[in-house]
Design a protein around this ligand. Structure first.
Ligand code: 9Z3
Length: 325
């Protein structure tokens, strides 16, 4: 496959046109009406006087289909652990959460469940008894019920799944425009690993690409940068945090600084692939803050202190917005 990586930056007008054409040509969402109804109800329920703050947490990687009847696709790495853990801490901090996640990735309150088939937990050994297995099952059910269903039933957690870059960006736009009315009480926490390149739907082949024709040459278009659209049009008053992922530590903070300025983010969380569960650096216009997991506690997550920091900064932002308006 031939990845054509042009390094020149596109001017603003061409970005706007790229964005329009992305949405005009994307295959429409199958459950768009249902998502829109759920979003409307969720935002109404969690707006004053019954609710206060809402955060949209994006989580997992987007896929880029190579065929319309998709057999092959390019994927962006993300287990969804960051998004799932952060959702738990946001709920704990009193936020209502819209969890926009890649289908099949890590879910809130299910992070500690084993990767292997759940049935393997129930495997009978000579010492274990049917009663013992039943107790394990009850413990798991109790754990899930006490957190997950509670959050969903109380209307504090709305889960919206995506797979492709087309689904992700269309749903993100719906969420953002629905959250516009919340003003500064809305937050975007964009931890999803979003494809930079894609095959436009109209130039994608319908059927499975045949290998008999030899090597595959393919030109990928650049995914229009939605962050500036989010800040400028979709939800201009919302508090926005994006993530910057690099594998080369020498360029990470420079790239995070650039993203902060270019997309007018309120904060950019910089992380390196290998150390992402241990520490992150929060880049703001007034400086950088390193946030680390508490190594003295076995199960401590870096998301715990991170969400505390973001919640504090969001509170200050809401107060400042109220006094200036
Ligand atoms: C992140 O950087 C996330 O923290 C991770 C979390 C994907 C590393 P896991 O899901 O990992 O816990 O396994 N997300 C953003 C990645 C990204 O694609 N950022 C774009 C960029 O770096 C900007 S939107 O250019």
């Amino acid at each position: 496959m031939d990845l054509v990586n042009g390094s020149q930056e596109a001017p603003q007008e061409s970005l706007d046109t790229d964005m329009e054409s992305f949405f005009e040509t994307a295959p429409p969402l199958r459950d768009g009406l249902d998502i829109s109804r759920k979003l409307g109800e969720f935002i109404e329920l969690n707006s004053p006087p019954t609710g206060e703050r809402i955060v949209c947490v994006t989580s997992g990687g987007t896929t880029v289909p190579l065929e319309q009847r998709c057999v092959r696709y390019i994927d962006n790495f993300s287990s969804g652990h960051r998004g799932a853990a952060s959702t738990e801490y946001f709920l704990k901090a009193g936020y209502a959460v819209i969890f926009l996640h890649r289908r099949g990735t890590c879910q809130p309150y299910c992070r500690s469940l084993p990767e292997d088939s759940l049935l393997e937990c129930f495997e009978l050994t000579e010492e274990s008894s049917v009663q013992g297995v039943f107790n394990v099952k009850c413990d798991i059910e109790k754990h899930l019920n006490s957190h997950l269903s509670q959050a969903v039933e109380q209307g504090l957690l709305l889960k919206l799944p995506f797979t492709t870059i087309f689904e992700y960006l269309q749903i993100l736009r719906m969420v953002a425009t629905s959250m516009k009315s919340l003003g500064s009480r809305g937050m975007f926490y964009l931890a999803a690993a979003v494809s930079d390149f894609y095959v436009p739907w109209e130039s994608m082949v319908e059927h499975k690409i045949q290998s008999a024709s030899g090597p595959l040459d393919m030109r990928l278009a650049q995914v229009p940068k939605m962050l500036s659209m989010l800040r400028k049009e979709w939800a201009p008053m919302a508090f926005c945090i994006s993530f910057k992922l690099e594998t080369d530590s020498n360029i990470l903070l420079k790239k995070a600084d650039m993203a902060l300025r270019k997309y007018k983010m309120h904060m950019v969380v910089a992380n390196e692939l290998l150390s992402r569960k241990e520490e992150v650096t929060v880049v703001t216009s007034s400086g950088r803050i390193t946030v680390r997991r508490d190594k003295n506690e076995a199960d401590a997550d870096v998301e715990n202190p991170l969400i505390k920091l973001l919640e504090e900064r969001h509170s200050t932002y809401i107060q400042e917005s109220n006094t200036t308006n």
